[in-house]
Design a protein around this ligand. Structure first.
Ligand SMILES: Nc1ncnc2c1ncn2[C@@H]1O[C@H](COP(=O)(O)OP(=O)(O)OP(=O)(O)O)[C@@H](O)[C@H]1O
Ligand SMILES: [Mg+2]
Ligand SMILES: [Zn+2]
Length: 233
């Protein structure tokens, strides 16, 4: 049972990517009910509260924090095994409030996404430092858009060259796990635009096997953490 919470208040992409554009949140006796993609996958996003997908949300920190609090307190998620929170880029109000509101519940950890080039790694190092500062463990880093295999000639090229060694080198230097690398694949963009699952649309692609192995490593990390928590209780 999985809950997906989109706290990218100003740029919510989850409704479109999940094929839920135009859906609205329903109010029930027990609070807001999430929008379900499948029986075991519920989603909540500010996108469901807007009257048009092009509406701009122009809010300062306190208002964003208020909505994030509502998403956690007033949404009837039911019994869930995983709560996945998609954050905007950066280390701002959204990140601070989610960490604060979930501190008692205990966050298993953060999955950090980068691309191979130094400009992106520079931002990601800040995200890593943020996690250290607020004591959120880091499950690992994913290198996205890591290489491109030309569909015509099958040659691999580096669209974003890892000029400083990419995520691999950064992870070694900072002693963090590299969860995997996902290649650039135009089909990913297409699936997102159509709101369909890339994993089921293109099950045989290298990107799909990469996603699957990343998911497995995250699950193993969480299982191990819960096992250790039970032991200490
Ligand atoms: N490996 C990939 N190959 C091809 N397209 C990709 C890949 N990864 C992401 N994309 C596409 O890039 C776009 C942005 O992806 P996504 O929204 O996941 O990025 P983001 O970092 O969360 O962006 P934002 O900063 O806006 O939150 C989407 O259209 C997505 O389909
Ligand atoms: Mg995003
Ligand atoms: Zn080619």
């Amino acid at each position: 049972q999985v809950a997906l919470l989109d706290i990218d208040i100003c740029g919510p992409s989850i409704p479109k990517m999940m094929g839920l554009e135009g859906e609205q949140v329903h109010q029930s006796g027990s609070g807001w009910s999430p929008v379900y993609v499948e029986e075991n996958l519920g989603v909540m996003s500010v996108g469901f509260l807007l009257s048009s997908p092009d509406d701009a949300v122009i809010w300062r920190g306190p208002k964003k924090n208020g909505l994030i609090k509502q998403f956690l307190r007033d949404v009837d998620w039911g019994e869930i095994d995983y709560l996945i929170v998609d954050t905007p880029p950066g280390t701002s109000d959204e990140h601070l409030s989610i960490v604060q509101y979930l501190s008692a519940a205990h966050i298993d950890g953060a999955v950090i996404i980068t691309t191979p080039q130094e400009v992106s790694l520079q931002d990601v190092r800040k995200e890593i430092n943020f996690c250290h500062k607020v004591k959120v463990p880091i499950i690992g880093v994913v290198e996205n858009m890591s290489g491109f295999i030309c569909p015509k000639c099958k040659n691999e090229s580096q669209i974003f060259p890892p000029t400083t060694g990419g995520a691999e080198k950064m992870c070694q230097n900072l002693n963090i796990s590299l969860l995997g690398k996902v290649p650039l694949d135009p089909q990913i963009g297409k699936s997102c635009d159509k709101g369909q699952s890339f994993l089921s649309e293109v099950p045989e692609s290298p990107a799909t096997s990469s996603y699957r192995s990343i998911i497995q490593r995250i699950q193993e990390y969480c299982d191990l953490q819960h096992f250790q928590e039970e032991k200490t209780i």
